[in-house]
Write a new protein. Structure first.
Length: 134
């Protein structure tokens, strides 16, 4: 009985694939079963290790106050509203500029700066969305 070239190629790919990933990866064997018999621990409870939990540390974004210059006029017009209060920029006096990780964000007043420092990620996202919607 002759094997066609296609069947031979499929069989070859399967052998290479199983060899590369191993039987246990393919069929879901446990690490216990994958070890040679002499290396296995007899107590299955001792062989199972709980997953290690690593606390994710969130890096705080840097917020710095900056002076508003003539070159900020286009950014103020593009953003139009304060991401903290929702007020129109310039409606409460001159806008205040902060840099959140280097990105300029314009606020309606000095009172909004403290809120931005508490949660810069939220207000950067709101300012960016405000600019994109214009």
């Amino acid at each position: 009985m002759a094997i066609s070239n296609t069947s031979r190629n499929v069989l070859l790919v399967l052998v290479v694939f199983v060899g590369a990933i191993g039987w246990c990866s393919l069929f879901g064997c446990t690490q216990q079963a994958a070890r040679p018999a002499g290396d296995r621990k007899e107590n299955s409870q001792a062989a199972v290790q709980p997953p290690q939990r690593v606390a994710a540390t969130k890096v705080k974004m840097e917020v710095t106050e900056a002076a508003v210059g003539k070159d900020d006029k286009a950014g103020i017009e593009r953003q139009q509203v304060c991401p903290v209060s929702g007020e129109k920029l310039g409606g409460m006096g001159d806008p205040v500029k902060v840099l959140i990780d280097g990105h300029p964000v314009y606020l309606c007043c000095q009172g909004c700066v403290a809120k931005v420092k508490q949660d810069p990620e939220t207000y950067l996202r709101k300012a960016t969305q405000s600019q994109q919607n214009r």
